[in-house]
Design a protein around this ligand. Sequence first.
Ligand code: FEO
Length: 404
Amino acid sequence: MHCVRTVTQDLYWVGANDHRLHLFENIHPIPKGVSYNSYLLLDEQSVLFDTIDWSSCRQLLENIQFLLAGKPLDVLVINHMEPDHGASLEEILIRYPKVKIVSTHKSFMLMRQFGFNVDSHELVEVKEGDTMCFGKHTVTFIAAPMVHWPEAMVTFDTTNGALFSADAFGSFIALDGKLFNDEVNFDRDWIGEARRYYTNIVGKYGPQVQALLKKAAGILDQIKFICPLHGPVWRSDFGYLLDKYQHWSTYEPEDKAVMIVYASMYGNTEAAAQALAARLADKGVTNTVVYDVSNTHVSDLISETFRVSHIVLASVTYNLGIYPVMHNYLMDMKALNLQNRTFAIVENGSWACRSGDLMQKFLDEELKCMTVLNERLSLASSLHEDKADELDALADAIADDLNQ
Ligand code: FEO
């Protein structure tokens, strides 16, 4: 049975939702699922914009078959060939052997690398600024390298104002019948997962996202729909979305807030983290969150780290090093290019306390544009009353810095 939604006249969402996949890219949990979006334009020529993940291919095929009603598919535009979007391509080619594939040079190269059998079909390589007319609708192609793979492009329909934005402006969470941003409460129900999607999938490529945002700014008054490959189609409130992307892609925090992340073996470093959160609240700082690094997925930690301005790292010393899970979190910050944050350090060690110096060294030498407050809380196994002044001084330093 088909399951389609109308985006606007002649344009249909023909994607699918996936609640079965446990880990996106086999690494990021998606407890609320994900959608794979594909769009079909019925003009004088029929045009499919991207395919979907192999796991949901059958739904895509039923959707297209229903809308085409026996007519052939003429054109397949591939904005992003990563297998969560490109893997159903060969099934489309089998069913619609005369379809013409439109994509970038690098995209065709990657399709061949992945073993997609495209060379028996008409291939049209396009580049920045090229246009194509399908009847009433004319599209222009805009290069978007590294948003999120090197081959990516976005396509703008100058007739109806639909921007097929590939991974840009996407989100985790299955659509489950809804399609548009105004059919969900995005700021209440979606922003956390949208941030987690962006920061973990595209976060490393802030400069490239900035380049795309600048190109989009040039046609902003013409854009009526933003049609990403995951999550809702945007038809209103573009300012809200662009403001989030501006913060994320320039690595500027969204909120003046404190995130305390602790690595604790027996609950003592955890107790110090809680004592610090309480001292901060005493001083009026209540925009705080506390996470156990061992039972919070690193993709959630990264997402929150992109959101907040201040991060407290509280770690035991483990094998004379940083606790491994905390180290992994720091490595992810580095991999995703996170910058421009203020850190404070709480260290713990029962005989050779090393975690504080090592975390400071990592922040100073491995990450860019990070500030580490001078005040540090050092524990020998657990927090005792004799550390009350040190705890207070750390809370004061964080509160003062936050309120600057
Ligand atoms: Fe949803 Fe970069 O693929």
